[in-house]
Design a protein around this ligand. Sequence first.
Ligand SMILES: [Zn+2]
Length: 224
Amino acid sequence: MAPVRRHTTSSPPTGPHLRVPSRRTLLRGGAGLALAAGASAAAPLAAGQAADQNSRAKAPGDVDYPGAEWIPADPSNFTASNRPATYPVDFVVIHVTQTTFQDAIDIFQNPDKNVSSHYVIRSSDGHIAQMVRETDIGWHAGNWNYNTRSIGIEHEGWIDEPDRWFTDEMYAASAALTANICDDYGIPKNRDHIIGHNEVPGADHTDPGPHWDWDRYIELVRSA
Ligand SMILES: [Zn+2]
């Protein structure tokens, strides 16, 4: 339940925020739940330029996190970029979907939704779908600045039904993913950097809600 991240290139890390995105191989996606992404905002790079850079670096089906299933979001639901060269990645933002795993995927693949998250995790078994490449900017935080600097992880379920949806399998899978993201980008494994959607400045969403067990989650991240 704790896949090791793949480091496919020979480029040595040059520092937490400058390192060449080694493991990040390819993706493209973004789906969006009922989240208010607040995404649209400005694309910092010429879209064509960023897309071109990405296309050269990836192969279809590659994912940033081994074991994840690549289910691409619609390209209109995220911003192509080349992080961490374009923006440092400082945060992991934790979400709860308020819909099913499949519905979340359908939303992120719907070009009319304008929302996406890098990852969606299934409650029943902790299965991870990657929908947006980590180099790209997901539209999940409802705050452009935070979108540019974060990786978004959606967890299947409803915030007021923790016993049914917040399974051991999902906590474990998510914590292992977050731990690897933190290791890759040099993000401290603490609550200043692993935050809930509700903690994003200006966000009007309440997920992951009062029943998300933060103490347990951070402990799992640190021990992953
Ligand atoms: Zn959210």
